[in-house]
Design a protein around this ligand. Sequence first.
Ligand code: PEP
Ligand code: MG
Length: 659
Amino acid sequence: MERSTIVRVHEGLHARPATRFVKLAKGFESDVELVKDGKAVSAKSSVKLMLLAVKENQEVTVRANGADAIEAIEALIGYLENPRAGLDDEAEVQSPAHDAGQEVAPVPEPSPAALGRANGLRGVAASEGFAIGPAFAHFPPDIAGQGRMLQAEEITGEIDRFRAAVRAVQARMDHALAQDSLSAGDRGIVAALRDIAADDSLTGEAEGLIKGGNDAISAVITAASTIAADFSAVDDHYLNARADDVHAVGRQICLVLLGQDDVSLENIPEGAILIADDIGAWDLARAPLKRIGGVVCGHGGATSHIAIIARSHGIPAVLGLGAQVNALRTAREVALDGNGGHVIIDPDAATRADFAGRVEAAAKERAGLTVFKTVTPKLADGRIIEVAANIGSLEEIEAALEAGAMGVGLFRTELLFMRHMHLPSEDMQAETYAALAKAFAPYPVIVRTLDIGGDKPIAGIEFPDEENPFLGWRGIRMCLDRPDIFKRQLRALLRAAVHGNIKVMLPMVSDISEVTRTRALVEECAAELKAEGVPHATFDLGVMIETPAAVLIAPALAKEVDFFSIGTNDLTQYIMAADRLNPTVAKLNDVTNPAVMSAIEMTAKAGVAAGIMVGMCGEAAGRPDLIATFVKMGLTELSMSPASIQRAKKTIMAMASGD
Ligand code: PEP
Ligand code: MG
């Protein structure tokens, strides 16, 4: 018996919805299969279901055979047709491995302390701050199978041993999930691993190999490699990342079989610098983050899971070192500069003193700055300067509020798009933006529309190969060419605006028509929502000033928009014609260059003359040495990484009191 339907589950049957679907299927006695494009898999295996890569809006068939086949089909079709299935109460399932592939531009801010030193390595500046401490190398050894063929009479015992190991791993993961200290994001990661550990695909494959005479460890290694290879072969970033999850689970089972503990982070010494090629979800869940002085990784980028965790716990981190990280395996001591992305192995006495001084000064400064958390910086002339946060995910809200952010000056929506297997739906986006608006109300939350370029493809958008992606189809250019994607985001923003003070800004603007065309689309979306009876509200529309063209037409642009936000990271690279990612031209990529400063001043003048708010959300907004200059130019909003907020408030207050 079978029935076909179109899948409406949000983003399709990715990890969590697949697992829930399996749970539902397992509740029926019947054999149940899901069929897509002529390929049938058991509906009782979440790994197999994930590998089928069923996406939202695809047609599938549910096939059941058994006493309760009718009920099974009824229930499973109902699940598939429910857009919210699998997403109701659990955190989004993410994996650090998944995030690790999604690197965004690091913010190059070379530290004078680290530049030019011997033994120095350069990676992605993923979490700001300085650290120096004993190296704690975390390179778990590879596990090899025994390579011994079992005697027939040994097989049953080996299967029992294997099953006990699987149960032990599941119990450990359940224990981890029961810990209150686990954040919602980490809980999702561990839950995904537990699902794999409980899945028949891995255990069934391994048991088959043991029955064929393989020892349990060899069987687990082979089974994990086979399934991981299947995940790697799918043309989908999200599913490719599941391969690492399968290896991680296989490794845990092998360690139990060997009676060994994994190289644990539990005993990491106070203030140590954690060095790893990659830090797995399992390690992350158990790591005593308070004791970790800094993190250095071969994998990962500024938006990887470890980067987000490091930032929200205030741990300096340099990631994405690649194979260079191997040079740190035998290091005794490591100094790291999370602002500039530098790592120094076994620093000499002068470097050590330099870094120790910086760490101490930073700790003292942090302690002295907390009084500024609740301060509203006001100038002598009565102008309030809003000091807001730059964030890219809901996980960062807490750190921003904790720092005293007066709203969000830049919410980078790219992560929302990169994290998912498919383009995020309107509902999902509306929920995210509404959560932000509620968290910061009555302060504004400025959401930047999708700023993605040809160098950072995301699932669901075909990007052309481009010679110069930074001068290519990015930001507002791509959005206007893809109204299907853009309108979904604009509709979500209009809906979220009901819940707080949402403002919207456009990236990479270089022509006025980009604003007028967007306004027309916003109006179209509002009319549609009205006709559909969906609650929505208007929002202020602004532009980022980050191209020389935008600076040069700022007086005209100012008449078309509600605010400017100066994106100094891109503005500097485009004014100076110096790639922000290219260390060879890092010297030129300097916001204090008179060319860039005069572009900022021209922008401020045009904005002030038109009576609109002028803010800044590039990294320069948090620089205490530049804040007074920007404020004197007329800027009234500065948005920065949460870690810089209290220092910025202090700087403005000092300016106001003439210190
Ligand atoms: C900028 O360019 O200054 C900016 C804030 O945007 P991003 O760094 O995300 O390009
Ligand atoms: Mg930019």
